[in-house]
Design a protein around this ligand. Structure first.
Ligand SMILES: [Zn+2]
Length: 157
């Protein structure tokens, strides 16, 4: 699987992609490689019995097999290039109450302050309160000029 195929799967069917990635990450490369497609498909079907898509189990297994054949470094690069957030579903999300998952209201419209690194909120549903915090991330240099003021053309990436 190369990056194009990885991205095609990610863009094409996010449910299959996510389930395959979970299957791969939860069980590990060796487990995925050691078991036959039939065994894995049966296992996935069992897990999926409460979802609408048991017939997709085979596609999930195919994708998980493809992930297991990638070099770990390539997999991490692909995940990064697609900007995929891997992690637990209960992770904090901006604008979502961490207590009840309800929508948040921000104090003094801080939500609209682009550079705010901390925004106080109140949950519209359960009235919990808290503060969202942000980290500054370095992006790059821009508007670079030589000592005499001449602009420096941007570097090719
Ligand atoms: Zn709440």
């Amino acid at each position: 699987m190369d990056y194009k195929a990885f991205k095609r799967l990610y863009d094409g069917d996010r449910i299959i992609f996510t389930m395959a990635m979970e299957l791969f990450l939860e069980n590990g490369r060796n487990c995925i490689m050691e078991h036959s497609e039939e065994e894995l498909t049966q296992a996935v079907k069992k897990q999926l019995s409460n979802l609408f898509v048991p017939e997709k189990a085979y596609e999930v297994v195919q994708a998980a097999k493809a992930f297991s054949q990638l070099k770990l470094v390539d997999l991490l690069v692909y995940i990064n290039k697609c900007d995929i957030q891997i992690g637990d579903r209960d992770a904090d999300v901006s604008g979502v109450c961490p207590v009840c998952r309800g929508p948040l209201t921000y104090e003094d419209g801080t939500r609209n302050k682009i550079n705010a690194l901390a925004m106080k909120w109140t949950c519209q549903d359960c009235e919990a309160t808290g503060t969202e915090t942000y980290r500054r991330v370095f992006d790059g240099h821009c508007d670079v000029r030589l000592g005499d003021g001449r602009p420096v053309p941007p570097r090719e990436h």
